[in-house]
Ligand binder design. Structure first.
Ligand SMILES: *Cc1c(COP(=O)(O)O)cnc(C)c1O
Length: 367
C-alpha cells in the first residue's frame, strides 16, 4: 500500500559524523551524537557510529531501548520523569539532570539494578529551559555534592544548553562564565569535573570562528552532521555534505521525501465562491495569478508540514496543504509530470522530525 517515502542517505550521514568528530577532536572537544530527530532510528544511529561517534543521545527513553542494540553508549537528553526511573536506569547509561528528587530516585534504582548511572548536571546559563540557574551557586554546589554522595551515581560532567527556548546564542562570554562556575565547583569539592558540555550544534560557530574557550571539552550535536549548517551565521560548511538549495531554507538532500501525484490539472489561483475558513479554521487571502498547472500530492500536514518541504525542482512552488493533501504549482516546471509520478522534496529539521515520527511515511535508506 502507498506511503510517501523518506529516503535517508546513510553514507553521507556517516561521512558527516566522521568530519564532525575530527573537527571537534582538533579542538579537544568530545562529541555525543544526538539522534532524536530520527525518533529512535537504528540505521541512523549505526551510521554515526560508523563515522566514529559512540555515544548516542535521544530525548525519549523508549528510543534508547531501541538504539541500544547498536552497542552504543546511550544518553537520555532530557531530565528523566520520576515515573520512568526504572527504565531510564535500564536503558540509559547517561542522563541530563537538574532535580534533586530525580537524582535520589535514580540513585536508589541504580543501586537496585547494581549499576552506576552517569549524570550530566545541567546549568541554565540564560536560555531558560533546563538546568539550575547560573546565579544560584549554592544550589549548583549542593547538587554536585549530592551526586557525589549518592551511591549508584557518578558525575559524567556539567552541561549547559543554548538556542532552544530563549534563543540565547553561545558566546565567549557565557562560555567563560560557565567555565568559571565549573572551576569554582572543582575548587570547592576538590574533584575534577571531567566534561564541560557546552551546548548543541549552534555552539560550533565559536569553533568555526576560532573563538572556542579551550576549557569547554564536550558538545551534544545533531544538526551539524545532519545538515552541514552553521546555524548562527546561517552558512553551509563545505567540509560537510549539505544541500545546494538556499541556506535559508535550512534543508538537506540527505533527506529526500517522495510523494505521489494523485491529480494533475489547471485551475484558477483564486477560489470561486464566498470565502470562509480553511481545513484548519484559518481565514486566507489569495493572489490572482490566473489559471495555473498544479498537482495534488498524496501527503498532508499529518505527515510533513508543507513549509518544511523544499521542492527539489526549483520551478515548483508549494501552494498549500490540508491534513491529507498537498498542493503544488508546476506551471513553470520543465518536467513533464503526470498522475502517478512522484515529486521529490528536501526536508528541513522540522520536516525531518515530523517525517520520522509519523506512521504515514515509509523509510528507505541509501547505504
Ligand atoms: C536537542 C538537544 C541537543 C542537540 O541539538 P542539535 O540542534 O540537534 O545539535 C543538545 N542538547 C540538548 C539538551 C538537546 O535537547
Amino acid at each position: 500500500m502507498y506511503m510517501p517515502i523518506l529516503e535517508i542517505d546513510l553514507n553521507k550521514l556517516r561521512d558527516n559524523a566522521f568530519v564532525e568528530k575530527t573537527l571537534l577532536q582538533k579542538q579537544g572537544v568530545e562529541v555525543m551524537a544526538v539522534n532524536k530527530v530520527f525518533d529512535g532510528c537504528i540505521e541512523t544511529a549505526r551510521a554515526v557510529m560508523e563515522g566514529g561517534i559512540n555515544v548516542i543521545a535521544e530525548s525519549r527513553t523508549y528510543n534508547l531501548k531501541k538504539i541500544r542494540e547498536t552497542g552504543c553508549t546511550t544518553c537520555l537528553l532530557r531530565s528523566p520523569c520520576l515515573s520512568e526511573i526504572e527504565d531510564v536506569v535500564r536503558y540509559a547509561d547517561i542522563s541530563l539532570n537538574s532535580e534533586p528528587p530525580v537524582l535520589r530516585a535514580l540513585a536508589a534504582e541504580a543501586v537496585r539494578q547494581k549499576k552506576t548511572h552517569q549524570v550530566l548536571l545541567m546549568i541554565d546559563m540564560g536560555d531558560l529551559r533546563e538546568g539550575i540557574w547560573f546565579e544560584d551557586y549554592p544550589q549548583i554546589l549542593e547538587t554536585v555534592r549530592l551526586i557525589e554522595e549518592l551511591p549508584g551515581l557518578a558525575l559524567y560532567g556539567m552541561g549547559t544548553n543554548f538556542n532552544c527556548y530563549g534563543t540565547v546564542l553561545p558566546t565567549v562570554k557565557n562560555g567563560e562564565d560557565f567555565i568559571a562556575i565549573v572551576k569554582r565547583v572543582e575548587s570547592d569539592t576538590g574533584s575534577k569535573v571531567r566534561r564541560l558540555s557546552a551546548g548543541n550544534c549552534t555552539s560550533y560557530h565559536l569553533i568555526d570562528k576560532g573563538l572556542w574557550p579551550q576549557a569547554l571539552n564536550h558538545l551534544r550535536i545533531g544538526g551539524l552532521h545532519q545538515f552541514g549548517i552553521e546555524y548562527v551565521d546561517m552558512k553551509y560548511l563545505d567540509e560537510f555534505h549539505h544541500s545546494t538549495k538556499a541556506v535559508g531554507r535550512a534543508s538537506s538532500d540527505l533527506y529526500r521525501f517522495y510523494a505521489e501525484i494523485i491529480e494533475l490539472n489547471s485551475k484558477p489561483t483564486v477560489p470561486v465562491g464566498e470565502l470562509g475558513v480553511d481545513a484548519f479554521l484559518q481565514p486566507k487571502t489569495f493572489e490572482d495569478h490566473g489559471t495555473r498547472k498544479r498537482a495534488l500530492l498524496a501527503f498532508g500536514r499529518q505527515d510533513v508540514p508543507a513549509e518544511n518541504c523544499v521542492p527539489q525542482d526549483d520551478a515548483i512552488t508549494m501552494l498549500g496543504q490540508t491534513s491529507d493533501h498537498t498542493l503544488i504549482d508546476i506551471e513553470d516546471s520543465a518536467q513533464s509530470l503526470k498522475v502517478g509520478d512522484t515529486v521529490c522534496f528536501e526536508l528541513d529539521y522540522t520536516g525531518l522530525l515530523m517525517a520520522c515520527q509519523t506512521r504515514g511515511v515509509a523509510l528507505r535508506f541509501i547505504r
